[in-house]
Design a binder for this molecule. Structure first.
Ligand code: C2O
Length: 534
């Protein structure tokens, strides 16, 4: 293994999309940002220098950060932010990890433009467990607002209402053909007939689950969230914010141009950006004037398609890559996730929409929880986060008359190496909504999933404990539930939150504290000397 050095300069850049120009925060002048390449087991050092007027942190989404929580990135959870003019070196090792992950800002809504791919290649001489592609291509999906995204969320937090939806979807930084202003600016995937391409698809959008299609071509899904899957073929990908998916695409036509689309999957009565983002797959030798073969994006409420797609996802579970699903449980938790309405004196409405886990709306501390944990600083958070909902709800049925939640900065504490199950149920109180839940510090197995209310007697009998998909981000279906399992073998403070940025802003977040173990390699490493202070 090697040590890889990167320098991320966080800076402003005037950028034009949809016929209008605005300054955005980017890394090294690029949008999307630079790709971080590394090999399995490599150590990565990224010096981040903050040249903008915002505080910044960077999260390496999906990197487990074994014992190096100081480098995980969520602001006020594992570190105080890097202030304007300051530097911080993120230092972590990619122990046993390979595949596609990504990095993004983890403060405010800056991740809308501060994001990029992480590509971790397998160890030298170790092939992929599928035919080696001729070429690999990164495909980053995102959303674009014409106005400043910080203004969008600030205005929403002041009014107490939902923020404006984005004005367009982007593929590798461009909205593509269907937007009036960018007919020339779309991303082109150049291919040669007969060759196979591996697309490393990343959903960096803020608030939307996305369908991804290429006219006339199928995908073979081989990896999600940097874990290998049983290969299956599909003409549509579904990918929630935070997730990554590697697919093989064979250029089996002789020539031509084929439309690539991204469009939202929304099975709830909420506002969303319905502009289809496009790009073009173009065979070499195709005339510039050739017509593009079109494809229709799936209807936005294609729940059946979404449900099928999710059930096809299984761990590869081969001899070389076994699925090590925890079978005995030390902690069996249930979290309800959903929306509520709280009084808000400062809001123009007098009330505001909030989001919660087990009826707690998370209040961000002003000092980093990991530092408080490590140095035994009291008063930053408490470890009494409830492991179960406060009462037995009919989650998908009646909406209670009182939608008020409790506020708190609470964590759930576990011993090192505990094995944990969490059933996460959408309450659907205000509206049924999908929640792409992301766990820092671990991968988990999705052992169960269903619509309606979780049935604690019968549903566990149907859990898949053999080859469930392993990932770091999973969508709780609108008005439904999922069950995940993981081993808490990483000491530190680990954030769990909805990867819809609007729900995170509203408080759908909590943290796990995993105590140090007794063994020599079972405790958090000491903090680096350049750790930012608050
Ligand atoms: Cu990709 Cu806590 O985030």
């Amino acid at each position: 293994c090697r040590v890889r050095h990167y320098h991320f300069n966080v800076m402003m850049k005037n950028t034009t999309r949809l016929c209008s120009t605005k300054p955005i925060v980017v890394v090294n002048g690029k949008f999307p940002g630079p790709t971080l390449y590394a090999g399995e087991d490599d150590t990565v050092l990224v010096r981040v220098t903050n040249h903008v007027h915002y505080n910044i942190t960077i999260h390496w989404h999906g990197v487990k950060q074994i014992r190096t929580g100081w480098s995980d990135g969520p602001a006020y959870v594992t570190q105080c932010p890097i202030q304007p003019g300051q530097n911080y070196v993120y230092n972590f090792t990619l122990t046993g990890q390979r595949g596609t992950l990504w990095w993004h800002a983890h403060i405010l809504w800056l991740r809308s433009t501060v994001h990029g791919a992480i590509v971790i290649l397998p160890k030298r001489g170790v092939p992929y467990p599928f035919p080696t592609p001729d070429k690999e291509v990164i495909v980053i999906l995102a959303e674009w607002w014409k106005s400043d995204t910080e203004a969008v969320i600030n205005q929403a937090m002041q009014s107490g209402l939902a923020p404006n939806v984005s004005d367009s979807h982007l593929i590798n930084g461009h909205p593509g053909l269907l937007s009036n202003c960018s007919s020339k600016g779309g991303f082109t995937l150049n291919v040669h007939s007969g060759k196979t391409y591996m697309l490393r698809v990343i959903n960096a959008a803020l608030n939307e689950d996305l369908f991804f299609k290429v006219a006339g071509h199928d995908f073979t899904v081989v990896e999600v969230d940097a874990t290998y899957t049983k290969p299956f073929s599909t003409d549509t990908l579904l990918i929630t914010p935070g997730q990554t998916t590697n697919v093989l695409l064979t250029a089996d036509k002789s020539s031509g141009k084929y439309l690539i689309t991204i469009s939202p999957f929304v099975d709830a009565p909420v506002a969303f950006d319905n502009v289809t983002g496009t790009a073009t797959l173009q065979y070499s030798g195709t005339l510039a004037t050739a017509a593009t073969t079109l494809v229709k994006p799936p209807p936005q409420n294609s729940s059946q398609l979404a449900n099928n797609y999710i059930t096809w996802l299984r761990s590869l579970n081969s001899n070389k890559y076994p699925a090590k699903v925890p079978l005995k449980l030390d902690h069996s938790l249930m979290f309800t996730v959903g929306l509520g309405v709280n009084p808000c004196a400062a809001c123009s409405n007098g009330r505001r929409v909030v989001a919660d886990i087990n009826n707690f709306t998370f209040v961000m501390p002003t000092f980093a929880m990991l530092q408080a944990h490590y140095f035994n600083v009291s008063g930053v958070f408490t470890d009494d986060f409830p492991g179960n909902p406060p009462m037995t709800f009919n989650y998908s049925g009646n909406t209670p008359s009182n939608l008020q939640t409790n506020n708190g900065t609470k964590a759930y504490r576990m011993a090192y190496n505990s094995s944990v199950q969490v059933v996460i149920q959408d309450t659907a109180f205000l509206a049924p909504e999908s929640h792409p839940v992301h766990l820092h510090g671990f991968n988990f197995f999705q052992v169960g999933r269903g619509l309606g209310d979780f049935d604690s007697k019968n549903d566990p009998k149907k859990f898949n404990l053999v080859d469930p998909v392993e990932r770091n981000t999973i969508a709780v279906p609108a008005g439904g539930w999922i069950a995940i399992r993981f081993i808490a073998n990483n000491p530190g403070v680990w954030f769990l939150h909805c990867h819809f940025e609007v729900h995170t802003s509203w408080g759908l977040k909590m943290a796990f504290v995993v105590d140090n173990g007794e063994g020599p390699n079972e405790s958090i490493l000491p903090p680096p000397h350049d750790l930012p202070s608050c």
